[in-house]
Design a protein around this ligand. Structure first.
Ligand SMILES: NC(=O)C1=CN([C@@H]2O[C@H](COP(=O)(O)OP(=O)(O)OC[C@H]3O[C@@H](n4cnc5c(N)ncnc54)[C@H](O)[C@@H]3O)[C@@H](O)[C@H]2O)C=CC1
Ligand SMILES: O=C(O)C1=N[C@H](C(=O)O)C[C@H](O)C1
Length: 256
């Protein structure tokens, strides 16, 4: 008989956590052994024998949760936002002490979003201007979204590698916030609106043309295939992987 993979979920009573708990329960080959909330200690992950911990909590808690998992020999699949380049560096140092342990930090588990970000990075060097608009439900606590931050960083890196000059912008003395936040030189605008779930547009403009790359998650179901792929693949990817694209061959769409 094939052994089931024991999985623990942190943030199990949140929007994403509750959806992940249901998806794991329904997934062949996986066994939910712990479903913990904000007031629970983390020890049950260890006593229940979780091999993979899924973190879907809040930016303030996620780093400590992941370090706990790694130090106890568990792999981690993380959807929580708030991972700055400095935090990622700190986590990489922790992982050096735990060879063989894998951590996936995935700002977005929806395949369409992962593809849209990759397309944006590919297109970025060919346009004079790039701006990002992300639109979410008003219960989201972070802004800009983790997806927008990662998209901006990848777009900026691609433009810098190709030697693209700064985007033109004649604005003088704007009202605070009018031009959005700036991540690595890319303007990012955040909308919070009742009725929305998770949406992003990358606008790429050159004289006489506009390319819009838009992705919409209408339901948390969009994230679950990516969560399950992360759980099933993380042990085969020791060290730190940022972005679900690290587990995909985007040329063929297959899991690597
Ligand atoms: N990577 C992806 O595809 C997605 C990522 N997210 C991100 O996931 C995170 C959670 O989002 P939602 O579920 O919408 O938020 P939510 O607010 O509905 O859920 C967060 C849950 O975590 C719990 N929590 C807080 N601290 C905790 C701790 N130390 N241990 C255990 N549980 C703790 C809260 O009580 C709450 O139940 C956010 O950072 C969000 O941006 C959301 C959707 C998709
Ligand atoms: O909070 C959310 O809802 C989402 N958070 C992630 C992010 O910040 O990018 C992923 C998705 O946009 C939904």
């Amino acid at each position: 008989m094939t052994e089931l993979m024991p999985v623990g979920v942190l943030g199990a009573r949140g929007r994403m956590g509750a959806a992940a708990v249901a998806a794991i329960r329904a997934a062949p080959g996986l066994e939910l052994v712990a479903a913990l909330g904000s007031s629970d200690p983390l020890d049950p992950l260890v006593s229940a024998g979780a091999r993979v911990v899924v973190d879907l909590t809040v930016p303030d808690a996620t780093y400590d949760n992941v370090v706990f998992a790694v130090r106890h020999g568990m792999h981690a699949v993380v959807g929580t936002t708030g991972w700055t380049p400095e935090r990622l560096e700190q986590l990489s140092a922790v992982l050096v002490e735990a060879p063989g342990t894998g951590v996936l930090i995935a700002p977005n588990f929806a395949l369409g979003s992962v593809l849209a970000t990759a397309f944006a990075a590919t297109a970025a060097r060919y346009f004079e201007s790039v701006e990002i608009v992300e639109l979410h439900h008003p219960d989201k606590i972070d802004a800009p979204s983790g997806t927008a931050a990662r998209t901006a960083r990848l777009v900026a890196a691609a433009r810098s590698a190709a030697g693209v000059p700064e985007a033109p912008d004649a604005t003088r003395d704007p009202l605070d916030g009018a031009r959005g936040a700036t991540i690595d030189g890319i303007p990012v605008h955040s909308v919070r609106l009742r009725g929305l779930t998770a949406h992003q547009e990358v606008l790429l403009g050159s004289p006489g043309e506009l390319l819009t790359l838009r992705h919409d998650s209408f339901d948390h179901a969009s994230f679950m295939p990516g969560v399950l792929l992360g759980i099933r693949s993380v042990a085969e990817h020791p060290g730190l992987t940022v972005g679900l694209d690290g587990y995909l061959d985007l040329q063929t769409g297959a899991a690597s």
